[in-house]
Design a binder for this molecule. Structure first.
Ligand code: NAD
Length: 318
């Protein structure tokens, strides 16, 4: 993911990527060479480089808290991959530390910046479908990563590693917070996941208050391609968001079902990654930009832990 960010961000006229650090020296050298940045085997060496405004952190989730603290101590803004921390108390603390230092701490919820989802949010906020009543969110990955990565203690497992994007969207679209969850694990497909206590498919129901409900289904074995689909049903219509075969938003009302102008994107993932970084750069430059912060990650991780606890179908308060 770090290489994806580095290559994508390097194409932006708003951002100069000056250095790439990775404990794997060959990886740092290869990506830095590609984009004309300096390679470094440790982030420590970047602390003394003057003129750096921000770090983008895309290391394994367990390393985020220490690296974010290092950035805050170095006085640089941070765009950190999701989730900020698996520990919700520490996640809140990290947000407070960055805030106290006057630094931005943005979390990598890229869907919020990708045209199909950003268009859906603009339509909801403009009242195009009335009050949202239900959100249906699917994230289906083609194949699972190794069991060692799926280990809930390391990445949060399916419910957190994959789920946080969807929980964040459910709250962002409805303007509500998740109150209670019920979840069901489907029969295990990749038996190696049993060794680390994770699953490869689950379906969860998220109660958002006042009867508003989101359903989230996550898979690591759809086989065709990593896919994301979102549907929002409102009082007066619906919005459908697709990633495949190309990104697009459709608005469905009594007048028919139409693709929304400006929402179509061949690679909604890459465009989302680019626009996320550019929103961050604009916020660093002092513009008033709505960015997902530490609280958004903390809440999404809380929902993920509740879903793991609720996996036998018993509702769990968040
Ligand atoms: N937003 C998304 O859609 C998305 C998708 C994939 C991964 N991610 C997130 O990105 C992060 C990285 O995931 P990944 O799949 O790329 O992991 P990865 O294991 O493939 O890569 C991590 C890289 O970080 C390096 N590294 C480890 N510790 C380091 C340290 N202390 N300092 C510098 N470099 C260090 C490793 O050498 C490796 O090159 C995770 O937090 C994951 O949740 C987000």
């Amino acid at each position: 993911m770090g290489a994806v960010h580095a290559r994508t961000v390097a194409s932006s006229p708003l951002i100069d990527v000056v250095a790439v650090a990775d404990t794997d020296t060959a990886a740092a050298a290869s990506v830095a060479g590609e984009i004309g940045a300096s390679p470094s085997s440790t982030i420590d060496r970047l602390v003394d480089v003057s003129g750096i405004d921000a770090w983008l952190i895309a290391t394994p989730t367990s390393t985020h808290p220490a690296l974010v603290r290092q950035a805050v101590q170095a006085g640089v803004h941070v765009l950190c991959e999701k989730p900020l921390s698996l520990d919700v108390t520490d996640s809140g603390r990290l947000g407070e530390e960055a805030h106290a230092a006057g630094l931005l701490l943005q979390i990598g919820f890229w869907r919020r910046f990708s045209p199909p989802w950003a268009t859906a949010k603009r339509l909801i906020d403009s009242g195009a479908i009335g009050k949202p009543l239900m959100v249906r969110l699917s994230q289906w990955d083609a194949d699972p990563p190794p069991a060692s990565f799926c280990d809930p203690a390391k990445s949060g497992g399916l419910a957190i590693d994959c789920g946080v994007h969807e929980f964040d969207l459910a709250e962002w679209f409805t303007g509500r917070t998740v109150q209670r969850v019920t979840s069901f694990n489907l029969p295990l497909v990749d038996q190696s996941l049993a060794t680390v206590g994770d699953v490869d498919n689950l379906v969860a129901v998220l109660e958002m208050g006042d009867g508003v409900v989101a359903t989230v289904d996550l898979s690591r074995n759809c086989r065709y391609e990593d896919d994301v689909r979102t549907e929002i049903l409102g009082e007066n219509g619906a919005i459908f968001v697709d990633l495949l075969p190309t990104g697009r938003t459709r608005l469905a009302t009594a007048h028919g079902v139409d693709v929304v102008a400006g929402s179509e994107t061949d690679d909604a993932f890459s465009v989302g990654i680019l626009r996320q970084a550019e929103a961050f750069a604009r916020a660093v430059a002092g513009e008033n930009v709505d960015i997902p912060d530490a609280d958004a990650s903390t809440r999404a991780v809380k929902v993920g832990w509740a879903i793991r606890e609720a996996a036998n179908g018993t509702p769990v308060d968040v």
